[in-house]
Design a protein around this ligand. Structure first.
Ligand SMILES: Cc1cc2nc3c(=O)[nH]c(=O)nc-3n(C[C@H](O)[C@H](O)[C@H](O)COP(=O)(O)O)c2cc1C
Length: 214
């Protein structure tokens, strides 16, 4: 039974591009067969509480002797990690907020990145998600074209790549849609046209990726 873990984090419940593109992926996934299931988590509508104790970044055997993180939050963290471990493919909507990821998504990352549990710590390889695909749907209001001064201003995808690809060992791909605010703020027609074609291409890429990975 192939399981897709689908996460959204946009705070826009009406016109979100990332929600629309992740939906294209998830709908395609569901239609692959009756066995293809989706576990959905809306990190904006139901935000996880921030970590209340730094000791939750480590498993019990790597914590100081006097550590006593909140038991309920530890249980919730275990549930979130189990949700990740149960996924064959992970799909994440990543709107660019202040050149980074939404705080709700960052909090999810804080829950699931645990050295010696989901990521390697020391010489022993601990990467239960190794090789499993993760697809990031990146939406950005502005333009970040190669060779322009803003080329490296998106700090969301690089941070997620370090965690999910390098630390957890997942096979990461990113589908990007930029200039999403161009129409609303009266950008030149060429920019709006580019936005439309990028968005259409992102939907197509999402559909193709779902078929390939499912
Ligand atoms: C809180 C907030 C911060 C934002 N910061 C940026 C930013 O730093 N750079 C940018 O290009 N767009 C920024 N935007 C615009 C969003 O990236 C853009 O609207 C994008 O389409 C959001 O994804 P969504 O359509 O899935 O909601 C910001 C939007 C919000 C709500």
């Amino acid at each position: 039974m192939p399981v897709l873990l689908h996460l959204d984090s946009s705070a826009d419940l009406k016109t979100s591009r990332s929600r629309a593109i992740t939906a294209s992926f998830a709908d395609t996934w569901r239609n692959l067969s009756n066995d293809h299931t989706v576990v959905y988590r809306d990190l904006h509508r139901e935000p996880l509480p921030y970590l209340t104790d730094a000791n939750l970044h480590f498993p019990a055997h790597l914590r100081p002797a006097d550590a006593s993180p909140d038991a309920a939050q530890e249980l919730l963290q275990q549930r979130i990690i189990n949700e990740l471990l149960g996924a064959d493919v992970v799909l994440i909507g990543v709107p660019l907020y202040n050149y980074s990821m939404p705080a709700t998504l960052k909090t999810w990352v804080d829950y699931i990145h645990v050295p010696a549990v989901t990521a390697s710590f020391g010489p022993v390889e601990t990467q239960p998600m190794k090789g499993r695909p993760v697809v990031l749907i990146s939406t950005r209001g502005g333009a970040y074209d190669t060779g322009t001064p803003t080329e490296f201003d998106d700090h969301a995808i690089p941070a997620l790549s370090i965690i999910l690809r390098d630390a957890l060992g997942m096979s990461l791909e990113t589908i990007i849609s930029t200039r999403t605010l161009s129409e609303r703020f009266g950008a030149p027609a060429a920019e709006v046209t580019l936005q439309h074609s990028e968005l259409a291409a992102a939907h197509e890429s999402a559909i193709r990726a779902a078929r390939r990975l499912g």
